[in-house]
Design a protein around this ligand. Structure first.
Ligand code: NAD
Length: 254
């Protein structure tokens, strides 16, 4: 929660991947706080319905198409946010996926490229397009989504994805340190298993096995990640930058 009541009123958050799961839950939470939210997703219909839900929660919102793997599309998303709400205070890069499960030797060039385009290039493009505007204003917070997979390597199911999320962590740290004295904070969140459509690519039994080995005996909920995004963007979190915060119910390697 913010230190200052109404902190998020009149402030603007851009969310990629806002049509589903963690991005969508985060939009509603910022809506509850009275923020302006740009809900962007490759699935425009889901972005528009997320915006509607966000407005019902109390915020102002628009739903728009973005393909984060295309720089011109990301440019248009940031331009639309500034045009609609005058500024971008926060960017939450939630668009991401493991695309499909694969063992190390099964990863082909196509899977590798698609995974890195979405998770790494998509995050990089959005950061690069939002940062000049944030730097001009001398303020801004960017929250990226990494993964506990980056700590574990994704053995047997997603080394392509785990390594891409490792790159997201490193990009987060680099940008955070480069712009730390110019009013910008950049953080990432490393969730373990979260109950969203992200899990639809799993092989049978994979989700149940992860839940069975989780100390809390359950998956995370998308809104639990959203509340952390809210805290990270707030004035209660001003000395935190460059780090990833693990949200795992106690699971995963440290
Ligand atoms: N759910 C988990 O267990 C888990 C764990 C760790 C990290 N993550 C990460 O959390 C983030 C959110 O995932 P989620 O669980 O909400 O999954 P999700 O599948 O529910 O949501 C992902 C959203 O991204 C959108 N998207 C996909 N490609 C896109 C593109 N090119 N441009 C714009 N939008 C695109 C999808 O349409 C979808 O709405 C992802 O980065 C994911 O890698 C998820």
């Amino acid at each position: 929660m913010p230190k200052t009541p109404d902190y998020f009123k009149e402030r603007t958050l851009v969310i990629t991947g806002a049509g589903s799961g963690i991005g969508r839950a985060t939009a509603t939470i910022f809506g509850r706080e009275g923020a302006n939210i740009v809900c962007a997703d490759i699935d425009e219909q889901s972005a528009v319905s997320a915006a509607r839900e966000t407005e019902e929660a109390g915020g102002a919102a628009i739903g728009i198409h973005v393909d984060v793997t295309q720089r011109d599309s990301v440019q248009a998303m940031i331009a639309k946010a500034i045009d609609t709400y005058g500024q971008v205070d926060f960017l939450f890069n939630s668009a991401g996926s493991a695309i499909k499960r694969a063992k190390f030797l099964e990863i082909d060039d196509d899977l590798w490229d698609r995974t890195y385009d979405l998770n790494v290039k998509g995050t990089f493009y959005a950061m690069q397009e939002a940062l000049p505007h944030m730097l001009d204003r001398g303020q801004g917070v960017i929250v990226n989504v990494a993964s506990m997979a980056a700590r574990m390597g994704g053995p047997g199911k997603s080394p392509h994805y785990a390594s891409a999320k490792g790159a997201v962590d490193t990009l987060t740290m680099g940008a955070a340190r480069e712009f730390a004295d110019r009013g910008i904070r950049v953080l990432s969140i490393s969730p373990a298993i979260v109950d969203t459509p992200f899990q639809d690519i799993n092989e049978p039994g994979m989700l149940e096995a992860a839940i069975a080995t989780n100390p809390m005996g359950r998956a995370g909920r998308p809104e639990e990640v959203g509340e952390l995004v809210l805290f990270m963007c707030s004035d209660a979190c001003e000395f935190m930058t460059a780090d990833t915060v693990k949200m795992s119910g106690g699971s995963g390697w440290r």
